[in-house]
Design a protein around this ligand. Structure first.
Ligand code: PLP
Ligand code: COI
Length: 349
């Protein structure tokens, strides 16, 4: 194996094995490992014709103690079941999901990056409809696949700021559409906003599709903002707590990273608020970031709103609050801090 772990970005590296399990006649088969990365798929499969496809993303970490930890995989299994229901697909049972992830790890141990390299083993579970069908409707057959790949940071640089740009001509997902599901269509339909942003070295900040007033989410990650304590004479010492703000929306993916960070923020004594956040409120924030499995915490230095000729400047360097949260999360994932919330499963191989 000749991988320069510290140079990996968020790109596919071909693993030895993937794991697959089919669903036919109302039953899931046992997951199995195969070296074959190609599918023999009918051209009329519902995933190709009508977009019956959902995916997930989760990571395994080699800890400071040499142990392997998989982070909150049950939450990914639950979310994939919701995505499956959202697209009329057979949900993958939680235990099958876990078995497939463990098998994918076991069969690809050479691809688990060593501790200290900044790289991790990412799993991309995929669920597709395979029934041939031309009449508009869902299929009855499905394939669950786990594709492992070692990866580095999603945004270049380990913990470094990214600029986001607002685009009012492309919406990521409609209220009560498929935004809360992790389905490929949400990403394909965003490309016409994200690709031009990437070409300029930025990424997209999506606003709510109905009013274009509130922050929905960052391209492939949730949004978090940090508000400095405001003087509050009714509190002793005159200061209130640091506020961790994140959008409430019926069109965004419920991020497992964001959920974890909200818990850690509360542990650190912050006030955590989930509500509609107007774009202009960026000017009241001292720090902001994109957060997700791939993005971890990716601080935002500025948000550009070209139509209103406005630039919201946050901080040029990762700020103190987000830095603290970043380390609190990473320390749990790498076995460097007590896993008080029982988020990691230690895998013995
Ligand atoms: N939002 C979108 C659109 C995503 O693609 C992701 C990535 O999975 C997230 C948010 C973050 O979710 P999580 O923290 O569960 O990875
Ligand atoms: C993740 O964070 O795991 C994602 O899937 C986001 C993106 C890379 C699609």
């Amino acid at each position: 194996m000749n991988i320069d772990w510290s140079k990996l970005g968020f790109h596919y590296t071909e693993p030895d094995y993937i794991v697959r399990a089919g669903y036919h006649d109302g039953k899931w088969e046992e997951p199995y490992a195969t070296k074959d990365k190609f599918l023999h798929l009918h051209v009329s499969a519902t995933c190709l014709q009508y977009g019956q496809e959902a995916f997930e993303g989760l990571k395994a970490f080699r800890g400071v103690d040499g142990k392997i930890r998989i982070f909150r995989w049950r939450e990914n299994a639950k979310r994939m079941a919701k995505s499956a229901e959202g697209l009329y697909m057979a949900p993958v049972p939680e235990e099958l999901f876990g078995k497939a992830i463990r098998l994918a790890l076991e069969k690809n141990m050479d691809f688990l990056p060593p501790y200290g390299t900044g790289a991790t083993l990412y799993f991309r579970p995929l669920l597709i409809g395979t029934t041939p069908r031309l009449g508009v409707g869902p299929g009855r057959d499905f394939e669950f696949i786990v594709i492992p790949s070692p990866i580095g940071p999603y945004y270049p640089g380990k913990f470094h700021c990214t600029t986001f740009v607002v685009n009012r001509h492309v919406d990521r997902a409609a209220p009560y559409g498929t935004g809360t599901f992790k389905v490929g269509g949400n990403y394909a339909s965003s490309f016409r906003a994200t690709e031009p942003a990437h070409a300029e070295g930025m990424d997209c900040l999506f606003l709510d599709a109905k009013y274009h007033r509130y922050i929905d989410e960052c391209a492939a990650a949730n949004f978090i903002g940090i508000k400095k304590p405001t003087p509050n004479p009714s509190l002793k010492g005159g200061e209130s707590r640091i506020e961790y703000l994140t959008p409430r929306s019926s069109a965004i993916l419920p991020s497992i990273t964001n959920d974890s960070l909200m818990t850690l923020a509360k542990d650190l004594g912050m006030k955590v608020t989930r509500r509609h956040i107007r774009l202009e409120e960026l000017s009241e924030m001292s720090e902001a970031a994109a957060c997700g499995t791939a993005a971890v915490i990716s601080p935002i230095d500025k948000v550009i709103d070209p139509e209103n000729n406005r630039i919201y400047r946050l901080s040029d360097e990762p700020g103190p609050v987000l830095t603290k949260l970043y380390h609190a999360l990473k320390d749990i994932q790498y076995g460097q801090a007590e896993d008080r919330h029982h988020w990691c499963e230690v895998i013995e191989i």
